[in-house]
Design a protein around this ligand. Structure first.
Ligand SMILES: [Zn+2]
Length: 496
């Protein structure tokens, strides 16, 4: 996926070797870029990633990632790994990539990418936490800043142009391969790699953050063992993570030595994790053939040989696969069996309800879906709320739907998916000025200011010609937003 290529190209601009940069850092002649410049670089890259067809915001996976990510951030703040200054300057955003390969990476400015392929292979939330904590630590220890020297601060347009060039090249698979396979890529790759010292530091800091956040220390060790196994077998490039974070015997031994005495070697998985991980595997590879493969895993004979965790994954996967293949009778049958496994486990039961609501929506039964979600008033969790709002719109209750979206957006003003739902609800109410303004807010949340300005101008024109719904408050908001975003765009232009 393009996310990784962007980083390779970015770090290729680093004219100093990592070792030299570190030497200068240690000797006090630090030439790493400022927090603000790093953030602006990150914004530039993130803006393009949001437009990448592989970018996705799956609400179920997003909620699950946040349930790990937020405790990690809180622990890092408490340990002062994230200073108030760093906290305010960076984005701390996780971006999902629809890609089967196993990868997670930190970008400048506190943006992080995570491939569905990684979520699909981790056995526990603790393993996932270990990878995220490691990546977080590369940022909090300012490793990325050390890799990007001040030279790129003086020419951010060059960095932008390089990344855009890489993105454009990767739109053409043959072109992208040429870049990856060529000698230039090998050179870029060697620049990309964090130094051994940085890896050790990210492991140790990440381990502390992860354990403080309440995750099992075994997560690090079992994740490393998983990577090591694939390190030996890997020749197909399915584990790009191993290229950017080379695994050494030393790193494994270091983490093993930090395990508390008498700890069992593997942390226990949860039903919820098994289900979300199965979802990631399906979303990463939704071809009809691979969807049908899930059916054989959920045959009674196959289920009999599986553990309960494996059964939850098989049945969740088979239900979702059958839903996507529109084989609704089959999907319902799998969902019923799954129900008996998750009955006494609330986080798993929640995933099960959401899955059945998804099934009902796809089968064209919004009323059944609403009942299945089981929320008379607006749900508090984001995934359920994002499912509930369009169902309310379908039931001709657009006002209630819009109010719920608006309330959420007060606390989460850059939630593009929620702005999307608000735009739909407003359009369904006939409030077109508000609908188009909500569309502009999607662009703003994803840092695409030029697109936002054209939407805001369209909203302005609409408010002049058809103020049929007393939208004068919305019209004045549009005027204010237009001035703000035009200012932001001018600032971006100056940096070039
Ligand atoms: Zn690393």
């Amino acid at each position: 996926m393009r996310l990784r290529l962007a980083l390779i190209m970015l770090l290729n601009l680093n004219f100093l070797s990592t070792a030299k940069a570190e030497e200068r850092f240690l000797s006090g002649t630090d030439d790493s870029i400022s927090l603000q410049s790093e953030r602006r670089l990150g914004d530039r890259i993130a803006r393009d990633l949001y437009l990448d067809p592989d970018y996705l915001d799956d609400p179920v996976i997003a909620d699950y990632l946040q349930s790990i990510w937020q405790p990690l951030l809180a622990a890092a703040r408490k340990r002062s790994e994230i200073s108030p200054e760093l906290d305010a300057a960076f984005a701390w955003q996780l971006l999902q990539g629809r890609d089967r390969t196993v990868n997670a990476f930190a970008l400048p400015g506190g943006y992080f990418g995570i491939h569905l392929g990684l979520i699909g292979i981790v056995a526990t939330q603790d393993e996932l936490a270990s990878v995220l904590a490691h990546e977080l630590s590369h940022v909090t220890q300012r490793h990325i800043a050390r890799l990007i020297t001040r030279q790129s601060e003086q020419a951010p347009w060059l960095v932008g142009a390089m990344i855009l060039g890489a993105l454009a090249a990767s739109k053409n698979p043959a072109g992208a391969n040429a870049v990856i396979v060529g000698g230039q890529a090998a050179a870029a790759q060697s620049q990309l790699n964090f130094s051994r010292d940085m890896e050790r530091e990210a492991d140790r800091t990440g381990f502390g953050v992860s354990v403080d956040a309440g995750f099992a220390p075994q997560g690090f060790v079992s994740m490393f063992e998983k990577l090591q196994l694939n390190n030996r077998n890997n020749d197909s490039g399915n584990f790009p993570y191993l290229r950017s974070h080379p695994l050494t015997a030393e790193r494994i031994a270091d983490m093993k030595s930090r395990m508390p005495e008498g700890a069992v070697p593997m942390a226990a998985g949860t039903l919820e994790h098994s289900m979300v991980s199965a979802r990631a595997r399906i979303l990463a590879n939704a071809s009809a053939d691979s969807l049908r493969n899930w059916y054989s895993e959920a045959e009674p004979g196959a289920l009999a040989k599986q553990t309960n965790l494996q059964r939850a994954a098989s049945l969740y996967g088979a239900t979702l696969a059958a839903t996507k293949l529109r084989e609704f009778t089959k999907a319902n049958a799998y969902a019923t069996v799954l129900g008996s496994i998750v009955a006494n486990d609330e986080p798993a039961a929640r995933q099960w309800r959401y899955l059945r609501a998804e099934l009902a929506v796809t089968a064209g039964n919004p009323e059944v879906a609403l009942r299945t979600l089981g929320h008379a008033s607006a749900p508090k969790a984001r995934a359920e709320l994002l499912a509930w709002i369009p169902l309310k719109v379908a039931m001709r209750q657009s006002g209630v739907a819009a109010d719920a979206a608006q309330l959420w957006l007060l606390d989460h003003p850059t939630d593009a998916s929620m702005w999307q739902q608000l735009a739909i609800a407003r359009a369904s109410q006939g409030r077109m000025v508000a609908a188009v303004r909500a569309e502009a807010e999607i662009n703003i949340s994803q840092l695409d200011y030029a697109a936002a300005i054209s939407r805001l101008k369209a909203a302005q024109a609409l408010s002049k010609t058809s103020a049929q719904d007393g939208d004068h408050i919305e019209a004045s908001i549009v005027d204010v937003r237009l001035r703000q975003i035009e200012q932001l765009l001018r600032e971006q232009a100056i940096e070039r």
